[in-house]
Design a protein around this ligand. Structure first.
Ligand code: SF4
Length: 380
C-alpha cells in the first residue's frame, strides 16, 4: 500500500532549495516551512500537486491536513490520476524560436500592451530620480515629434493604452487623441497639477471618450482648487514624500498615493511603511492564476515600455535602445529574446529572493528596487 498526500487544486505550492509553502488561495490558510529542503524528485512531485508520505514529511503533512490544504490517498498498484496544475502555454517565444530559429515580429508585436511616452517638463525642481519614480519626463523643452512616435506604434495591433506623460501643446495632444481613437486605444494624459497651463485640456474629456487624465498633485497643491476640477475620468495621484503628506490630502477622496523618494534622503517614514512583514505578505489577495504567472513574468511591467522624449526606449528605467536607431517593432523583437529582458525578471532570478518560498506572493520587482531605494519589499 502506498500513500500520497494530495494538495487541493486551489492551493499554490512553492518549493525552493530551502523552503516550502502551501498556500490556500481561497481562505489564506497556509503552511510555510523554512529550512525544509526537498529532493529533486520531491520537488517534481510538489509541482504535480502531491507528496509521497514518509516519516520525514509526517509533521509537515499533518500540519497541511489540519489546515485543510489537502488529503491522504491510499492506493495499491495503479497511481491515481493527476491533472497538470501548472500553467500551460499553447505557444511561447521559446517554442517559436526552437521551431523556426527566430521570433516573428507578428508575434512579438502582440505582446506590447501599454506604452508611456515622456514629453516636455518645464519644472526644474524635479530631480532625475523623482521623475523616474513618477514615470514623468525630466526637465526639457525638446520639440516632440509626436507623429513619428505614434507611427512607430502603428504595427502593435494589441496596444491597449498610451500614457502621454508631461506637457504637450494642445494641438499635438489632439493629434494623438485622434490617432488613438482611430486605433481603438485608450489614452491616459499624465500631468503635474501646476503644469496644466490651459484648463480647456479638461474639456477634451467630453470630446474624446478614450481619454482620461491622471493628475499628479504634491503637498503644496491647493486642495480646495483640485476638488473643483475632479470629475469622471480624472484620477488624482498624490505624491507622498513623508507620512505627513498623507494628512494634507485627507480632504480628497478616491486618490492614489505615489511614494517618491529623494536619493539623498531615502530612509523616510514612508519607506518604513512600504516594507512588508511576513504576515502581510502571507495575507496576499491574488488569485492562483496570478501566483502561477508571477513564476514566469513580472506582472507589473509585462507588456509595458516607456519612450523618452529623445527616442530612448526604457523599461523600469533601464535603457534598451533608441527608436531613432532602430524601429520599435525590431527593437522589441530583439529585446524580448534576450536573457536580461525585464518583462521576465521574477523574484526567483533575484539573489535575495531565490531561496524564499514567498516569491510569488510578494509585490513584483519595482522601480524602487531597480534604483536601490530598498533591497526588496521585505527589507530596506
Ligand atoms: S521580497 Fe524576496 S526575500 Fe523578501 S519575502 Fe519576498 S521573496 Fe522573500
Amino acid at each position: 500500500m502506498n500513500t500520497f498526500f494530495f494538495f487541493y487544486p486551489h492551493c499554490y505550492l512553492k518549493s525552493t532549495d530551502k523552503e516550502i509553502l502551501v498556500y490556500d488561495t481561497l481562505n489564506k490558510r497556509y503552511v510555510y516551512q523554512k529550512k525544509y529542503p526537498l529532493l529533486q524528485s520531491e520537488k517534481k512531485s510538489i509541482q504535480r500537486g502531491y507528496l509521497t508520505v514518509s516519516d520525514k514529511h509526517n509533521d509537515f503533512l499533518n500540519r497541511c491536513l489540519i489546515n485543510d490544504l489537502g488529503y491522504y490517498l491510499d492506493f495499491e498498484n495503479v497511481v491515481p490520476f493527476m491533472y497538470n496544475r501548472n500553467i500551460e502555454f499553447v505557444t511561447s517565444l521559446d517554442k517559436e524560436r526552437k521551431s523556426i530559429g527566430y521570433n516573428l515580429q507578428s508575434y512579438t508585436n502582440s505582446l506590447l500592451r501599454d506604452v508611456t511616452i515622456l514629453l516636455n517638463n518645464g519644472k526644474k525642481e524635479l530631480t532625475v530620480e523623482e521623475c523616474l519614480q513618477m514615470e514623468y519626463p525630466i526637465y526639457n523643452n525638446a520639440s516632440i515629434d509626436i507623429d513619428y512616435l505614434l507611427k512607430q506604434l502603428s504595427s502593435f495591433q494589441f496596444l491597449e493604452t498610451i500614457i502621454l506623460s508631461g506637457e504637450l501643446k494642445k494641438s499635438l495632444l489632439c493629434n494623438a487623441l485622434e490617432y488613438a481613437q482611430k486605433h481603438n486605444v485608450h489614452v491616459i494624459y499624465r500631468i503635474l497639477y501646476d503644469s496644466v497651463v490651459n484648463t480647456t485640456t479638461f474639456e477634451l474629456l467630453d470630446k474624446y471618450s478614450n481619454l482620461s487624465i491622471e493628475l499628479l498633485v504634491d503637498s503644496l497643491s491647493e486642495i480646495a482648487q483640485i476638488k473643483t476640477i475632479i470629475k469622471d475620468k480624472i484620477c488624482v495621484k498624490a505624491i507622498i514624500k513623508t507620512v505627513n503628506d498623507v494628512e494634507k490630502f485627507k480632504g480628497l477622496e478616491d486618490i492614489l498615493y505615489l511614494p517618491v523618494f529623494s536619493l539623498k534622503c531615502v530612509n523616510t517614514d514612508v519607506l518604513m511603511q512600504m516594507i512588508l512583514s511576513e504576515e502581510e505578505i502571507l495575507n496576499s489577495t491574488k488569485t492562483i492564476k496570478d501566483y502561477l504567472l508571477s513564476d514566469y513574468i513580472n506582472p507589473a511591467i509585462y507588456g509595458h515600455l516607456t519612450i523618452d522624449y529623445d527616442g530612448s526606449v526604457l523599461c523600469l528605467g533601464n535603457r534598451i535602445a533608441s527608436i531613432y536607431e532602430t524601429d520599435l517593432a525590431s527593437l522589441v523583437n530583439h529585446w524580448i529574446g534576450e536573457d536580461g529582458c525585464i518583462w521576465y525578471e521574477t523574484r526567483k532570478k533575484k539573489d535575495m529572493c531565490r531561496d524564499c518560498a514567498l516569491q510569488s506572493l510578494c509585490p513584483p520587482i519595482s522601480i524602487y528596487e531597480k534604483m536601490g531605494i530598498y533591497k526588496c519589499p521585505c527589507e530596506i
